[in-house]
Design a protein around this ligand. Structure first.
Ligand SMILES: CC(C)(COP(=O)(O)OP(=O)(O)OC[C@H]1O[C@@H](n2cnc3c(N)ncnc32)[C@H](O)[C@@H]1OP(=O)(O)O)[C@@H](O)C(=O)NCCC(=O)NCCS
Length: 224
């Protein structure tokens, strides 16, 4: 694993990403080419790939949102505008993680960690207040006949269960903030539910505007 690196996604990566995504989620429809291209147009800084010997082995995609507009409840489709990221809002203070996945053959080798490090770096560089995401709970379907999704998540927090996604996110320093029901209805392993998680940027400087807001203000001045 000496040549693992995380870098911004480029349009030339789209074919490989779509192929990997179809492999990771055989039962969930992958992104369309035009959706990925649009994400890159809107917010290139937020899209990362992990490569191993130049082969794409994972990705992490994010957008910026005004969290208060979404905090009560939302689905994946609503908050990402059906995967187009048209909801990306440079005036927001929150980096929202829309997707992260790693090649199944390389799980447990810290590729996910490297991608999350990359995401935290983006959050710091843009001076955003936090990262929020809604993580799948793929271990739930196996025990769903025995308990509610809330109890399942709590048992994962307490260490009774290891969930393939939530346990990773907790290990990465995210706080569990509750259940988002019917977040991704087609995710049968999680019975559609997700765990709302947050990471607070320790370097956030409230005396400075987030970088995207500054850039937008500068652009406005230049065109005024
Ligand atoms: C979740 C996912 C991205 C994790 O990626 P990964 O490369 O396997 O994770 P890493 O090897 O970087 O793990 C980082 C840390 O989390 C821990 N971890 C990872 N998977 C874990 C699991 N299933 N259970 C417990 N801990 C886990 C690791 O032990 C590691 O801890 P360390 O800091 O002590 O080394 C990957 O499993 C994946 O692609 N899953 C399918 C796609 C998916 O559901 N994505 C989530 C969308 S919400």
């Amino acid at each position: 694993m000496t040549k693992l690196s995380v870098r911004p996604t480029s349009p030339a990566d789209i074919d490989a990403l779509l192929k990997l995504q179809a492999h990771v989620y055989p039962t969930i429809a992958p992104w369309r080419r035009d959706q990925l291209a649009h994400q890159l147009d809107l917010f290139p800084e937020g899209q990362l790939v992990a490569t191993l010997d130049q082969r794409i082995v994972g990705c992490a995609s994010a957008l910026v949102i005004a969290w208060d507009e979404w905090a009560d409840e939302h689905t994946w489709s609503q908050i990402t505008a059906a995967g187009t990221f048209d909801t990306h809002n440079p005036a927001g203070f929150t980096l929202y993680g829309a997707e992260v996945f790693v090649d199944p053959r390389l799980r447990g080798k810290r590729v996910g960690h490297a991608l999350y490090e990359g995401r935290r770096r983006i959050c710091r560089q843009l001076n955003l207040r936090r990262i929020i995401a809604c993580g799948r709970l793929p271990g739930y379907s196996v025990v769903a006949h025995q308990m509610s999704i809330e109890l399942y998540a709590k048992k994962t927090l307490w260490g009774d269960f290891v969930d393939p996604v939530l346990s990773f996110q907790l290990r990465e320093g995210f706080r569990y903030c509750g259940i988002m029901e019917n977040y991704l209805p087609e995710d049968s392993d999680s019975l559609g539910h997700a765990a709302l998680i947050a990471w607070i940027n320790p370097d956030y400087d409230p005396t400075q505007k987030p970088a995207l807001q500054l850039a937008a203000a500068l652009q406005q001045e230049a065109t005024a």
